[in-house]
Each structure stands twice: as structure tokens, then as C-alpha cells.
Design a protein around this ligand. Structure first.
Ligand code: ZN
Length: 142
């Protein structure tokens, strides 16, 4: 049984533009239903309110688990992970200009999120490039 009503789930999916709010993988064309992430994990008091929910792809969801902070690989500092409800994606992330399909962190939060969620795993880059080739991931240039 789902923890969310169909109405609540539809609100989260629509607000997210039908894509993972971390790596922007489109939900369209995917076999698996995208899970809903509790940005602040329920184990530390996170609620089921819309302000605490984000649409994630199964990959990001499995890697984020209950983390809310991660290590910036550039500085070694522990920083907050990207929060889709209060952070601007474009401020923290950009698509690499010279490594097709790879996401680059512009900030400590961006870099820590990419590392913690293993956003640039080889399989995810391959999937992005494949989806870009069939015009299902227009943000990514192959
Ligand atoms: Zn994702």
C-alpha cells in the first residue's frame, strides 16, 4: 500500500515536471514508477507535506536513502544535499560541456549531491545519452 494518495502523488509528479528532481531523468519512457522522496527523512521528523516531498528516479532514491547532507569532494566539507523545495537546480548543477551526459556540481551542495547520489554512475550516463538520442532527454546533448 502506498504512503501517498493518488492525488498527492499526482501533485508531486506534476510539480516536478515528470522528471527526477535531482538528476532530471524524465519519468516518460521508464518502466519503473518514480518513487517520492522525503527530503527530510521521516526518521528525523520529515512529514508527508508537499513541502517535504520530491519526485526521484529509482537510482537517486536508492542512493539518497535517508541522507540530508554529504561531503563535497572538492573541499572535504560536509554540506547539505540539494533540496528541490528551496534550492535552484541551475545554481547547483550544469551539464558538462565536454563530457556528454555528465552532470557537474557548481557548488559544494551540487558536488556533494552528485557524489552521494552517484548521479554520474556509468549506467546513468549511458541511459541519459540513449534518451537524448531519441529526444526524450533534451537537456542532455550527446
Ligand atoms: Zn535521479
Amino acid at each position: 500500500m502506498s504512503a501517498f494518495s493518488e492525488v498527492r502523488r499526482a501533485e508531486v509528479v506534476t510539480r516536478a515536471g515528470h522528471r527526477c528532481e535531482y538528476c532530471h531523468l524524465p519519468a516518460r519512457g521508464q518502466v519503473a514508477t518514480f518513487p517520492i522522496d522525503h527530503i527530510t527523512p521521516r526518521s528525523v521528523g520529515g512529514t508527508n507535506e508537499l513541502s517535504n516531498l520530491a519526485l526521484t528516479c529509482p537510482h537517486c532514491n536508492a542512493h539518497k536513502w535517508t541522507a540530508a547532507a554529504g561531503i563535497d569532494p572538492e573541499t572535504g566539507d560536509t554540506v547539505s544535499l540539494f533540496n528541490p523545495r528551496c534550492d535552484n537546480w541551475d545554481e547547483h548543477f550544469a551539464w558538462s560541456a565536454d563530457r556528454p551526459g555528465e552532470l557537474v556540481g557548481r557548488t559544494g551542495t551540487g558536488r556533494a549531491t552528485i557524489a552521494s547520489l552517484s548521479v554520474n554512475a556509468a549506467d546513468m550516463i549511458a541511459l541519459r545519452l540513449l534518451l537524448a538520442e531519441v529526444a526524450l532527454f533534451p537537456e542532455v546533448r550527446g
